[in-house]
Ligand binder design. Structure first.
Ligand SMILES: [Zn+2]
Length: 184
């Protein structure tokens, strides 16, 4: 999770240009995803209608994030979806000794996500990047110093790329040895 619920929602589809892998296949998946997201209420119930709204919000956020990555004007239809969703009621928050507690139904959660999306997409200093692993297609927020991060996540992509590069180097360095011995 990136710390921005809107980008996290957009990242629930991976490998968008090849064979998309969608982790939100049903309303129950969405309920689980919301519960796992730190910035959202622990418990919501999703019916099919709000599930569909969540998916269209997700695609709109992805489209706008992609527009930001490529530094082009925002897609109008996606702007409308995100702005309309953000205008709805938001979750309530309460402070207690154990911290902040957020509650609200799924529609409020979607408004909250849309607002997080607007906040990051409007921030001129937010460095949005597409993951450097070919085929991943996830968009993430690079908060590292000097914005030098290359992958959406180390576990998901960074280590995979590094392991593949290591195997390739190993192949390249062992290959000529079979013919070796000339220099001695
Ligand atoms: Zn990635």
């Amino acid at each position: 999770m990136s710390g921005n619920s809107a980008l996290d929602l957009a990242a629930t589809v991976g490998s968008r240009r090849d064979e998309p892998i969608d982790v939100l296949a049903s309303p129950a998946d969405l309920e689980r995803w919301v519960a796992e997201c730190d910035e959202l209420p622990d418990r919501v119930t999703a019916d099919f209608e709000t599930f569909e709204s969540a998916l269209s919000l997700r695609e709109a956020i992805y489209q706008l994030a992609l527009d930001r990555v490529f530094d082009r004007p925002f897609d109008r239809g996606s702007l409308k979806i995100v702005n309309n969703t953000a205008a709805g009621p938001v979750p309530t928050i309460k402070l207690s000794d154990t911290g902040l507690h957020m509650s609200g139904d799924l529609l409020a959660v979607l408004s909250q996500i849309a607002r997080s999306g607007i906040a990051v997409l409007a921030d001129p200093h937010a460095c949005l990047k597409e993951c450097g692993r070919a085929g991943c297609t996830r968009i993430y927020l690079d908060r590292s110093r000097g914005a030098r991060r290359t992958w959406c996540g180390m576990d998901e992509c960074g280590n995979r790329v590094k392991a593949a590069a290591y195997r390739a180097r190993k192949r390249a360095s062992t290959a000529p040895e079979g013919r070796g011995g000339f220099r001695h």
